[in-house]
Design a protein. Structure first.
Length: 121
């Protein structure tokens, strides 16, 4: 159980640091220092920064998958949520509700064809 919590803490700290300072500027040692753990402890969970980035992408894809499925389903039923002004909000809202809150802006953009706003890092 503690290993899973440490892994999640590493992923959260890494994502925050990558978003704040950029991927090249953040080392595994810096992530470890940010968490107050030893570099060896971090490397026990992730052997390299590349693996951390891979896990972050996988996690984002997992959160985005229901949204993509909902968008595809809505588009098959009604086109790209550009049906009538009466049906559109209902269909888009139902499809967006199946998306993770973390990817809601992306979900809405996929469904409506608009540019995403407020996309999490």
């Amino acid at each position: 159980m503690a290993a899973a919590k440490t892994r999640d803490r590493i992923l959260e700290a890494a994502l925050r640091l990558f978003n704040e300072d950029g991927l090249p500027a953040v080392s595994t040692h810096r992530i470890a220092a940010e968490l107050g753990i030893s570099p060896g402890n971090l490397h026990y969970h992730f052997r390299s920064k590349r693996l951390i980035v891979g896990w972050l992408f996988r996690r984002y894809e997992d959160r985005l998958a229901p949204c993509l499925a909902a968008a595809a389903s809505a588009r098959l039923r009604t086109g790209p949520c550009r049906v009538s002004r009466y049906a559109r909000p209902r269909v888009c809202a139902a499809a967006t509700a199946r998306c993770s809150p973390a990817v809601g802006p992306v979900c809405s953009a996929l469904l409506t064809g608009a540019e995403p706003t407020g996309v999490p890092g």
